[in-house]
Design a protein around this ligand. Sequence first.
Ligand SMILES: [Zn+2]
Length: 256
Amino acid sequence: MAIDHSMLSPAEKLLWRYGVRDSSHIDLEAIANYRGAEVVYRRLCGCAARLVAAGNNAVISVDTGSYPRRRRFSLAHELAHWICDKDRGSFLCANGDIGPQNAEAKNVEAYANGYASQLILPSFLVDPWVEGKRINLDTAKALGDDFDASLTASAIKVARRAQAQTCVVCHNQTKRIWSQKNLSFPHDFYVKQELHQDTDAFSMAFGKGNGLSRPVREAADRWLQGPGAYRRTVETQSLKLPDDTVLTMITLLADK
Ligand SMILES: [Zn+2]
């Protein structure tokens, strides 16, 4: 595999140094152990994961109350603290601190989320994997299965690496909870706060649909506001998440 080492993020450099050349090689527990951190899984009260550091050793505890791919992300997040924030001591990370959607702010938790996302879905492996595939949640699901990553993390990754104007958004019944646009997405277009009643996502949020919807083309102004949005078309696909929120990938199609 030929790659430009100078283009790799710090997390990717770490994986590369440990010989990762395929998604199946990403063994986070082995990396933690190698770096002097023991990983234990147990019920934690009030936090999703924690890092207790003492000198060159640490114990990373991950809450068993969440599903396996969430636990994997939590482990990657604590590993990021252990590797990047060593002089800050121990960490106690709440559910809301840990998640691929919280990687853009300029703080230590956001940095750990960005680093964790690269440990689980490193761009140097994801880019060739995504190449030539359609940009939708079906592709994100397949990526998540190959890389043992959550659908949310995989969807954000697919959107971010896409050339097309794509964003990922999460809604509950009443409002937009978060959204992430890729760099191609027009800066003056915004995802609307509320779900439009004619969308699959709306049906899912109100309990009338489950699982993954089929990709559909629909009027952009059901989803977006921005200059001339009423003339544009989007392709969307939605998925109901275990916490009853709805994840949607939106791609703005080229102007006719
Ligand atoms: Zn944290």
